[in-house]
Ligand binder design. Structure first.
Ligand code: AHR
Length: 556
């Protein structure tokens, strides 16, 4: 399908004209009789779900393609505006979205990485073959294939400090001994002047410890991280975590967990871990979980390459296909949580969804040669918003999530090349959803007509509206996704147990479902905010087709 397909080309149900509802219009309360609203949202102020950890809004940066070099790191002597070598615009944008935590250095890269290569004098650091060397495209620059190690632990900590985020380091469990894990902890966390590694850190300009709390013990240990069985991995996990030096913060250790629904990994890991006794649970803060939406073949294949779709060229059925793949994450979270409960009744161990997002076939790179780079569209914004809503709805289960990956990669918030930079629709969603960080999740009941469409000759449905709500002080943030490519939803919003004194509505939408930002047109798709002239216990708004919406409701 050609770029620029319009929703109106897909009108199947006599829907409202898309253009009329292009920007989060609202209906004055009096103008909306009960009969005209087709949808309803009840926010239950008296039914808290738990605190929404800011860390659900975390990020992921790997030495892969253009993520680190050119994306994050431009170097101190670069003509690109930078703060000690780090792209200044990226820092500014990440401050705006209150980035809470960043995972590094991989991904698969982590399990072939020696942290020592990335510390010490920059000009003495060894040049190594990058894990992604074989996967790289022919047009990729040298630094995608051969790792200069110019960016390492100290530079990453600098980045985290600049943006005000916590670091989350992934240790190498496949190709380094356990000793190197605890020495990396020592390098990062031992007090100033206390150890030889603390002195090495000081020589690089950081006498004070980095106090890294979050540590991943391997990555995808069922695959690139060692090709282990869950039982083998559990043995390694015990060995790697039996002794670690503790200084400053308590370490929060994240075990390498399953891919998508793979419950046999979760069960196998816990069974083996606990063969040494129930107190083994104390060493696990979280179980990582990865879920990518990649198979858009509509059930035709499970082949990793053939199943993928295009990032930019898609029709409405492809749009729903991606959202269906994304929606699986809610069942996946609930399923693993149940399995974990078989071993951990108190649910001490939380889920860490440290890689998530859509994964398309190559072809839409903003910078040709950048491995795994794709240009996010409105479809990815809707996908990201509904995923964040899922995490918000399960704050007692999910303690952290990291979108894969921050810049110049899969579901990126930003695209950059040399002096060029743009915020993607996904970046705009993170800015909108920052309002939930640290809020009290509220149970929210949503009813809306289901989307009905034709999926290759068979009738198919998808939910009509979904979202999440949270309370912070005297303000409720309610985010809602309308996935319908052509129908707006006239929606009544009731605040159970409170009154709204003032309200605003921010909407990200377009009449073009393929809308996206580029270096040439960085503001093609941006959210619009308007104040709503209404108050009371009930509001009435129109949520446009194909939209992500945020209402901020002041209580009074
Ligand atoms: O995010 C890209 C890759 O996807 C990561 O390196 C790996 O962990 C996953 O398979």
């Amino acid at each position: 399908m050609n770029r620029g397909i319009r929703r109106r080309e897909f009108l199947r149900h006599g829907a409202l004209a898309a253009g009329a509802m292009a920007c989060g219009a609202y209906l004055p309360h009096a103008a909306l009789g009960t009969s005209s609203a087709d949808s309803r949202i009840d926010v239950l102020l008296d039914e808290p779900l738990g605190t929404i950890s800011p860390n659900l809004y975390g990020h992921f940066t790997e030495h892969l393609g253009g993520v680190i070099y050119d994306g994050l790191w431009v170097g101190e002597n670069s003509p690109v505006a930078n703060l000690q070598g780090i792209r200044k615009r990226l820092v500014e944008e990440m401050r705006k979205i209150k980035a809470p935590v960043v995972r590094y250095p991989g991904g698969c890269f982590a399990d072939s990485y020696d942290w020592r290569d990335g510390v010490g004098p920059a000009d003495k650091r060894p040049r190594r073959t990058n894990f992604w060397n074989d996967a790289d495209t022919k047009t990729a620059p040298e630094n995608h294939k051969y790792e200069s190690n110019r960016f390492g632990t100290n530079e990453f900590m600098r980045f985290c400090r600049l943006i005000g985020a916590e670091p989350y380091l992934a240790a190498n469990l496949r190709s380094l001994p356990a000793e190197e894990f605890y020495l990396w902890v020592e390098y990062c966390n031992s007090p100033a002047g206390s150890t030889a590694l603390a002195e090495m850190r000081a020589a690089a300009g950081s006498p004070e410890p980095f106090n890294v709390r979050f540590w991943g013990v391997g990555n995808e240990s069922w695959g690139c991280g060692g090709n282990f069985t869950p039982q083998e991995y559990a043995v390694e996990f015990r060995r790697f975590t039996t002794w670690l030096p503790h200084y400053g913060p308590d370490l929060s250790l994240v075990a390498s967990g399953p891919y998508s629904e793979e419950s046999s990994w979760t069960r196998g890991f816990f069974e083996e871990l606990l063969r040494k006794g129930a107190d083994q649970l104390r060493s696990v803060y979280g179980l990582s979980l990865h879920h990518y939406a990649w198979n858009l073949s509509r059930g035709r294949t499970t082949d990793w390459d053939k199943g993928k779709g295009s990032a930019l060229e898609f029709d409405p059925v492809d749009w729903y296909e991606l959202l269906r793949e994304g929606q699986r994450v809610e069942d996946i979270v609930e399923g693993h949580w149940r399995t974990m409960g078989e071993f951990d009744e108190q649910h001490r161990v939380k889920l860490i969804v440290d890689e998530w997002g859509p994964w398309y076939r190559p072809g839409s790179e903003a910078t040709p040669g950048n491995l795994l780079e794709q240009i996010p569209t409105l479809r990815d914004a809707v996908y990201s918003a509904m995923t964040l809503d899922v995490f918000n709805r399960h704050p007692e289960k999910v303690a952290m999530a990291n979108c894969a990956q921050l810049i110049n990669c899969l579901n990126s918030l930003y695209l950059a090349h040399e002096e060029k930079f743009c915020v993607t629709p996904v970046g705009h969603v993170f800015a909108m959803y920052a309002a939930h960080q640290g809020g009290q999740g509220l149970r929210t009941v949503i009813s809306a007509p289901a989307v009905r469409y034709d999926r290759d000759g068979k009738p198919a449905t998808f939910w009509g509206l979904q979202g999440s709500a949270s309370l912070r002080g005297k303000e409720v943030a309610l985010t809602v996704v309308n996935p319908h490519v052509s129908e707006a939803r006239e929606t009544r919003i009731a605040l159970r147990g409170g009154r709204v004194s003032s309200a605003s509505l921010t909407t990200l939408t377009s009449t073009d479902i393929q809308a996206h930002n580029t270096f040439a047109e960085p503001a093609a798709l941006e959210p619009q905010t308007k104040k709503l002239d209404m108050s009371g216990e009930e509001l009435a708004v129109v949520l446009p087709a194909a939209s992500v919406n945020k209402l901020v409701l002041a209580l009074g």
